[in-house]
Design a protein around this ligand. Structure first.
Ligand code: NAD
Length: 351
């Protein structure tokens, strides 16, 4: 396959690029605007490989994206580029509308233009995989799981912008026949995640002896998926998924935020004994506005139809992740110093 990976310098996109180069025979071009969340350092492991190339571009720039399609001649697109942090979407939603909605529209339109000029097998085999989130489904109560048929009910500006992009993607399949597949995935964790998200923020704050801010009472539940399991799932869906379909991706690892942070502290107590007990830094803070209570994925469709199953256990994945951050200060230290030091974002201000 020749694959365009948008957002490949981000957390999941870089895991996807590493997997495609190291685990498949694909040739890829990573397309990324390199916003605050993108780091070229996340691609160091593949950057010298002849099957890998990088183009700095904004997915809203239709001229750049058209040129990319015409020059690279992809057989598939893995579309991950997005503004992805809920708290930032509360503080400022504009970039989310631009990139997640208009940027996805540009990608769909340029893919359609390119694909409709392909003939025969090239046309039939082309795929556009739009990567989305389970947050589009809104919040669950104590029971039930999100299935592919759950109605959309997004709460945050981030989730609403992703919901819009999912609807556009499916509309491009139904209206134009573009072979689009949508995936909705639960929260990811693992190496190379920008240190604003729960796992890296808590690991680094605990390691540096800073407060560990727990939103509300810490009872909100997320369903955690190790990022490398996600990367594997995306390639499998690209190869074998059915156009026009949605696939939920998750690994049945529901944990409260408090359980996650306590797990991180326990792992750090083992790996960094001089800082123990790390949970002395726990600090309960004002909740996130519109904070969804619970997400949980029913992954039986991808398991049944495509034979995918998450391989990483939650405890082993958590320990691996903590260890990765301790061993890779070269990656996160410049980001903590120059891009984001951990200050609170996403409280609603009265203007
Ligand atoms: P991320 O914020 O780590 O990375 C996003 C990447 O997109 C960055 O490299 C950034 O530079 C790039 N980007 C942003 N705007 C761009 C633009 N206009 N043009 C080109 N590139 C641009 O995000 P992530 O956590 O890796 O998420 C990737 C995708 O997966 C997103 O679509 C997100 O909605 C989805 N997703 C994420 C999670 C999660 O837990 N992180 C869960 C489910 C779905």
């Amino acid at each position: 396959m020749r694959i365009i990976v948008t957002g490949g310098a981000g957390f999941i996109g870089s895991a996807v690029c590493r997997y495609l180069i190291q685990g498949t025979k694909s040739t890829i071009v990573c397309v990324d605007k390199l916003t605050y969340a993108g780091s070229i350092n996340s691609l160091r492991a593949v950057s010298e490989n002849p099957r890998y190339s990088f183009v700095k571009a904004d997915i809203c720039d239709e001229v750049a994206i058209r040129r990319l399609f015409n020059e690279f001649c992809p057989t598939a697109v893995l579309h991950l580029a997005a503004e992805s942090h809920v708290d930032r979407s509360i503080s400022g939603s504009r970039d989310f509308i631009d990139t997640n909605i208009l940027g996805t529209h540009t990608m769909l339109e340029e893919a359609r233009r390119y694909w409709s000029n392909l003939a025969g097998e090239d046309n039939e085999r082309f795929r556009f995989l739009h990567v989305s989130t389970d947050e589009v489904y809104g919040s669950l109560g104590t029971h039930g799981l999100f299935t592919e048929l759950t109605a959309y009910d997004p709460s945050s500006p981030y989730a609403a912008s992703k919901a819009a992009s999912d609807h556009l993607s499916i509309a491009w399949y139904r209206t134009y026949g573009l072979p689009v597949i949508v995936t909705n995935c639960s929260n990811n964790y693992g190496p190379y995640q920008f240190p604003e998200k729960l796992f890296p923020l808590m690991i680094l704050n605990a390691y540096e002896g800073k407060p560990l801010p727990i939103y509300g009472d810490g009872s909100n539940i997320r369903d955690w998926l190790y990022v490398e399991d996600h990367a594997r799932a995306l390639f499998l869906i690209l190869e074998n998924g059915r156009p026009g379909e949605t696939y939920n991706v998750g690994s049945r690892n529901e944990r409260t935020n408090l359980q996650v942070v306590q797990g991180i502290c326990r792992a750090l107590d083992e790996l960094n004994p001089k800082g123990r007990p790390h949970d002395r830094h726990l600090a309960f803070v004002t909740d996130r506005p519109g904070h969804d209570q619970r997400y949980a994925i029913d992954a039986s469709k991808i398991e049944r139809e495509l034979g995918w199953r998450a391989e990483e256990g939650f405890t082993s994945g958590l320990v691996k992740t903590v260890k990765w951050y301790l061993d890779n200060e070269w990656w996160w230290s410049p980001l903590r110093k120059e891009v984001y030091a951990g200050e609170r974002i996403g409280l609603v201000k009265v203007e």
